[in-house]
Each structure stands twice: as structure tokens, then as C-alpha cells.
Design a binder for this molecule. Structure first.
Ligand code: AMP
Ligand code: MG
Length: 337
């Protein structure tokens, strides 16, 4: 009997040692970057965690429109400048998406965003004439990127706020691909990179924020090896003296905050820059156009939450998305018909 117990104990110990070996050590950090709080959890390679953090902080310095020495500010101040290879790559890619979304995404929207006070946090509702004058300088098609430099027409200024976190996720993925880690979860302030699998075998669970209380989740998405990017009107907004709520996502056609009944758009795909860009662009397009655009591309999925408590979910994520307990959104499968 004693022998049997000893044997069982030995087997259990061996199995436990095996388990310990199978679960690589987690290295984590939380830090402020890109005007938000980010968390980076990397399993099995602490150097990769450090490299990812350093790269994100480097990108933040290069891309910040508020930092006078950043590459973006240098371009904005002088109209043309040589920039870091990452900035040129992001600019070229963003401009392509601006074109493809018919200007729903426009990376030259900064002067309008500023006028509403979304940068200074000194919020105000601009008059129509002011907006019309500012919109004359909003035109992504006049921006050119070539030979490592960016040039702008007079009066235009760039803002990569709608795409920077997604691009950071792409750069982080490149670092992780070269590392010895095959599992990581990065939350870059609403843009999540779910890298590999949790514990090597399970899918990650990524929450979709409740627009009424963004500290909690209205639903969960099971996923692996994707970026999940959310644009929400709840992320930055103010109440005007007219009692109306004005959010930070601007329709470049009108210069006004989008007011189309959408509360948030979560885009899921492998390409982080595209994901982040499209979460903003689909928000601007509105429900019908977003659906048509998605159908025409067939390269990404989305979950769109609307004020009438509906969750529009595309085919590729329909089975992996579940409502959290207590939420009564009507889940509508789009693109099924
Ligand atoms: P996101 O949270 O990714 O949707 O990005 C929103 C941010 O992008 C805003 O805070 C603005 O700085 C900027 N932005 C707002 N509207 C647009 C737009 N239509 N195209 C590009 N950038 C925008
Ligand atoms: Mg975005």
C-alpha cells in the first residue's frame, strides 16, 4: 500500500512538473502611451515584452500630434519632412484606407477635431462657417508619401489617432513573431492583439465594452491570432449647452461628430492598422454602408452596437461572440441573407 501511494505521489509530482514546464512564465507591464493606458502580457519571453513596450513608446513619440518634436508635428509645422520608416509606412497605409473608404477615414481631420476641443479638452460647438473654412484643408488625397518623407498642402495637418494603436499592434506582432513566445495578450487601450492561444491551447476571451459603462463588458469574443479594435462614442465626448452629446468621431463630409445611432464598432481581423482604421471608418459610414463595404471586402468582421440595443454581428464572429449575463441586446446576424 505504502509503495502504491509513493508511486502515485511520484507520478503526480512528475505530471505537475510537466504542467509547470508547459505554462510559460508571464511577463506583464502596464504603461501610459498614445493617450491611454496599455497592458502587455507576454508568455515565455520577457525580452519580447520589453521590446514590445519600447517599440510602442517609440511610436508614441513619433506619432503624437501634441508632442512638438514628433515626426507628425514636424510634418504639420513645415508642410514636409523626412520621417521614420514606421511613420512613412503608417501614412502610406492609412492613405490607402482613406481612399478605399471614400474618405470616411480621413487622416487630415485634425484641424476640425481641434476646433471641437477634443485635443485641448476645452470643448465647444463651432459654427457652420468655421467648420466650412476648416474643411477646405481636410483632404487626405492631397497628402503625398514618397522616399521616406511626407508632404502636405498648405493648411493641412495630419492626425493618426484613429490608426496608431492598430499600427502599434502590427509592430508588436512582428516583434513577437521573431521572439520565442507564442502567446501574448496586448490591450492597447481598446485595441487588443490576441496573439496565439492562451496557455497554448485555449482561445483568448476579449470583452466588448458596454457603451453605457465602458468599465464593464456587454459581450465576449473568443479569438486567437487577431486584432480586435473598438471605436466608441463613449470614449470621448462632451455635452453641449444645448444638451446634445458630441462625440470625438467626426464625419469628414460635415465636420461634425457622427450622430447616426451607432454606439460602438468593434472590428476583428489579422491586420491591426486596418482593424483600427475600419472601426473608425465604419462608425462614420453608418449601419447600411458599413454592411455593404464589409460585404464587398470579405476581409474583416465586426460587431456594431446601436442605441436601439441591437448588436449587428457579421458571419465570421457570429459563433464566437456571446452576450454577457444581464445584457438584452438583440443580436442581429448581418450578411446572412
Ligand atoms: P478611434 O478611437 O480609433 O475611432 O479614433 C478616433 C480618433 O481619431 C479621434 O479622437 C480623432 O482624433 C480622430 N478622428 C475622428 N474622426 C476621424 C475620421 N473620420 N477619420 C480619421 N480620424 C478621425
Ligand atoms: Mg480606429
Amino acid at each position: 500500500m505504502k509503495k502504491l501511494l509513493a508511486m502515485l505521489l511520484a507520478i503526480a509530482t512528475a505530471l505537475c512538473a510537466g504542467c509547470a514546464r508547459q505554462t510559460p512564465k508571464k511577463s506583464s507591464e502596464r504603461f501610459a502611451a498614445m493617450d491611454t493606458v496599455m497592458s502587455v502580457d507576454v508568455y515565455g519571453d520577457s525580452d519580447a515584452m520589453r521590446d514590445v513596450k519600447e517599440e510602442i513608446l517609440r511610436l508614441d513619440k513619433l506619432l503624437s500630434a501634441a508632442e512638438p518634436e514628433s515626426d507628425v508635428s514636424r510634418v504639420n509645422a513645415s508642410g514636409a519632412a523626412t520621417v521614420d520608416e514606421a511613420v512613412a509606412e503608417l501614412a502610406a497605409k492609412s492613405l490607402e484606407i482613406c481612399r478605399d473608404t471614400g474618405g470616411a477615414l480621413d487622416v487630415t481631420i485634425l484641424p476640425v477635431v481641434e476646433e471641437w476641443g477634443f485635443i485641448s479638452k476645452n470643448y465647444r460647438v463651432p459654427g457652420d462657417e468655421t467648420l466650412a473654412a476648416l474643411l477646405k484643408n481636410v483632404d487626405y488625397s492631397a497628402v503625398s508619401v514618397s522616399g521616406g518623407s511626407i508632404s502636405l498642402p498648405k493648411g493641412a495637418r495630419l492626425d493618426f489617432g484613429a490608426v496608431a494603436k492598430g499600427y502599434a499592434a502590427d509592430r508588436a506582432k512582428q516583434i513577437l513573431d521573431k521572439s520565442s513566445s507564442d502567446s501574448a495578450l496586448l490591450n492597447l487601450g481598446g485595441t487588443v492583439l490576441a496573439y496565439g492561444k492562451k496557455n497554448g491551447s485555449q482561445q483568448w476571451k476579449v470583452g466588448v465594452a458596454d457603451p453605457d459603462n465602458s468599465a464593464t463588458y456587454m459581450g465576449m469574443l473568443n479569438c486567437e491570432d487577431v486584432v480586435v479594435a473598438t471605436s466608441g462614442s463613449y470614449e470621448r465626448y462632451f455635452e453641449g449647452s444645448d444638451g446634445k452629446i458630441y462625440s470625438h468621431i467626426i464625419d469628414p463630409k460635415t465636420g461634425k461628430p457622427v450622430d447616426n445611432g451607432i454606439l460602438s464598432v468593434t472590428v476583428v481581423c489579422r491586420d491591426g492598422t486596418l482593424c483600427d482604421a475600419l472601426s473608425t471608418a465604419l462608425f462614420v459610414m453608418g449601419k447600411e454602408k458599413a454592411e455593404q463595404y464589409c460585404k464587398s471586402k470579405n476581409s474583416f468582421d465586426y460587431i456594431m452596437l446601436t442605441a436601439d440595443k441591437k448588436a449587428y454581428v457579421t458571419k465570421g464572429v457570429a459563433d464566437s461572440f456571446t452576450l454577457a449575463d444581464g445584457y438584452d441586446y438583440e443580436v442581429v446576424n448581418v450578411m446572412d441573407n
